[in-house]
Write a protein that binds this ligand. Sequence first.
Ligand code: HEM
Length: 152
Amino acid sequence: DDNCMCSKADAAIVIQQWQDVSSPDAAAQTKLSCGQAVFAELFNMAPGAKALFTRVNVDNIHSPEFNGHVMRVMGGLDVLVNYLENPPVMESMLAHLAGQHAVRDGVTKSGFAVMAKVLMGSMPQVVEGFNPDAWKNCLIPILNGMSAGLAP
Ligand code: HEM
């Protein structure tokens, strides 16, 4: 089971470091601006992925439609991180998200691999004392779980 990679100590660090950048005041704005930056970088690294998001008006990353998408994704990530210490709930959420992605034509495991690179590259810019091992150990299983069953 992939989730075994994320030890209790890793999970505690990741949850704490995520909380540090999620102060209630800043949370919504941070999620939005960081999420926009994450998608901008994703499209920079994988230009082909842009076509997957036409339904949510990807041509304008600042549009209400794309903002809504960004908030769904970042909200999803927020919930997942906060359930790192609860593997049964984690499993169930990952299965649900895997299903939501499986029905989207063109969404692939390699897209999620690019997302992993983007997140691992951007989190250190906002998290003080970023712990790369803990984040890698906990984030990779999340992304693997969410992309389980997708085409490579
Ligand atoms: C941190 C990783 C990710 C999280 C937490 C996440 C979460 C979500 C959530 C919550 C939705 C909305 C589901 C719905 O309401 O139907 C969604 C939609 C979607 N996701 Fe992801 N996602 C992630 C990564 C990715 C990646 C890497 C790709 C493709 C390369 C992708 C492609 C899509 C597409 C195409 C949609 C549908 C957009 C639409 O509404 O038209 N996601 N994602």
